[in-house]
Design a protein around this ligand. Structure first.
Ligand code: 5GP
Length: 173
């Protein structure tokens, strides 16, 4: 890796954070049989660890989006590349995301899923950047607040690489 990197969260930190979130979810979703909707691809590693700490019946599904246009910044206009395959009408849905930055992507997905009339729709994000949110969204379950730096590892990529790193690392350009 040519860029300067620094470890932000080690394996033990991540494990602790995931367990803390799982405890909250185990309390809140005990009798609600939710559908966990994972936003591809970054949240896959988080989802895989999280669900193994959950002790209630659940289903999982996946949604994939891409930012519309060629701007390197999130425009907020996102395109659904892969929709969920389970009918969520009347169901308790928990959106599982890796990181919330401006909140534009998550806000779009939230509104998109809301139109499918779930019984409840909540958000669980492993990381939240300490930035001024462009879009107001309520993160119901949050793992860590992180500095406004680009992070990779534990599912998060840089040009589709480094998702397999077991730790969360900041990358400087
Ligand atoms: P938004 O600005 O819409 O909240 O963020 C959109 C998406 O950009 C996130 O879902 C995530 O996939 C990606 N993203 C935001 N910040 C970072 C970051 O620091 N590292 C990586 N790898 N992806 C990020």
């Amino acid at each position: 890796m040519a860029n300067k990197t620094k470890r932000l969260l080690g394996k033990r930190d991540i494990k602790r954070g995931v367990k803390k979130l799982a405890q909250e979810l185990n309390n809140d979703y005990r009798d609600r049989s939710p559908i966990l909707v994972c936003i591809l691809k970054g949240a896959v590693v988080f989802l895989a660890d999280l669900i193994r700490e959950l002790n209630f019946p659940l289903r999982i599904d996946f949604i994939s989006v891409s930012s519309y246009g060629d701007s390197s910044r999130t425009s907020g206009v996102v395109k659904i590349i892969k929709d969920i395959s389970i009918d969520i009408e009347g169901e308790n849905v928990l959106l599982v995301e890796d990181i919330v930055d401006t909140g534009l992507t998550l806000s779009y997905i939230f509104d998109f899923l809301k139109r499918k009339n779930p019984r409840s729709l909540k958000i669980c994000a492993l990381l939240e950047k300490r930035v001024k949110r462009t879009k107001k969204i309520k993160i119901d379950y949050r793992g860590f607040t992180v500095p406004n730096k680009y992070v990779i590892g534990y599912g998060l990529d840089f040009s589709e690489k480094y998702r397999n790193l077991p730790e969360i690392i900041t990358m400087e350009f």
